[in-house]
Design a protein around this ligand. Structure first.
Ligand code: AP5
Ligand code: MG
Length: 185
């Protein structure tokens, strides 16, 4: 099973992807996690990405696509994957289609976790206190939500136009939401 999980910052992509990974025994590929690992390791890519991420802007398409391509080459991808945080603009959606076509790995499911902005803000404020992620400051969160509206909303339209988008209500208990996603698989 190959799944793309879309949704605004704080919509629960990481939470649900971890559960789907365990339930479906497939790889969880989060471009945000891959980038945070590169920042923590201080690699050249991480050094380049750090300031961009802290402001809540998107890292360049080229860098992220290269990273994704490398990750999709690992053996665990053979059993399937959940893509969390990619694609984030229309160019990335087109690049993903091309890449997966070349790799002969067609997508089975595209899901959008739909969560009202007030809940997103409350969740991210909660996580800022609990974990202190660098881009959970109020300024960075505001910019991440703006970037999502400007650049990622067209990705939803891209999949909707192709009749491939499934919207799932992203509020309620974590298990309820997982059940809604699993019902689509
Ligand atoms: P990324 O890591 O993808 O962050 P994000 O999209 O902003 O989303 P989050 O990880 O904050 O939220 P989430 O949807 O995973 O929700 P979570 O499960 O954590 O990207 C970070 C940055 O990396 C980007 O800004 C960009 O700079 C760069 N980047 C990444 N991908 C890129 C790309 N493709 N191109 C360019 N740049 C890229 O949940 C959030 C909180 O809510 C948690 O505290 C959780 O416990 C809680 N929660 C979860 N579910 C529920 C629930 N049902 N009820 C109540 N609380 C809940
Ligand atoms: Mg996440």
């Amino acid at each position: 099973m190959r799944i793309v999980l879309l949704g605004a910052p704080g919509s629960g992509k990481g939470t649900q992807a971890a559960l789907l990974k365990a339930r479906l025994n497939i790889a969880h590929i989060s471009t945000g996690e891959l980038l945070r690992a590169a920042v923590a390791a201080g690699t050249p890519l991480g050094l380049q990405a750090r300031a961009v991420m802290e402001k809540g802007n998107l890292v360049s398409d080229e860098v992220v696509l290269g990273m994704l391509e490398e990750r999709l080459g690992l053996p665990d991808v053979a059993s399937g994957f959940i893509l969390d945080g990619y694609p984030r603009n229309e160019a990335q959606a087109l690049a993903l289609d091309g890449l997966l076509k070349r790799m002969q790995l067609p997508l089975d499911l595209v899901v959008q976790l739909d969560v009202p902005e007030a809940s997103l803000l409350a969740r991210l404020a909660g996580r800022a206190k609990a974990e202190g992620r660098a881009d959970d400051s109020p300024e960075a969160v505001a910019n991440r939500l703006h970037v999502y509206q400007q650049q990622t909303a067209p990705v939803l339209e891209y999949y909707a136009r192709a009749g491939r988008l499934h919207r799932v209500a992203g509020e309620g208990s974590v298990d309820e939401i997982l059940g809604r996603i699993l019902a689509l698989t």
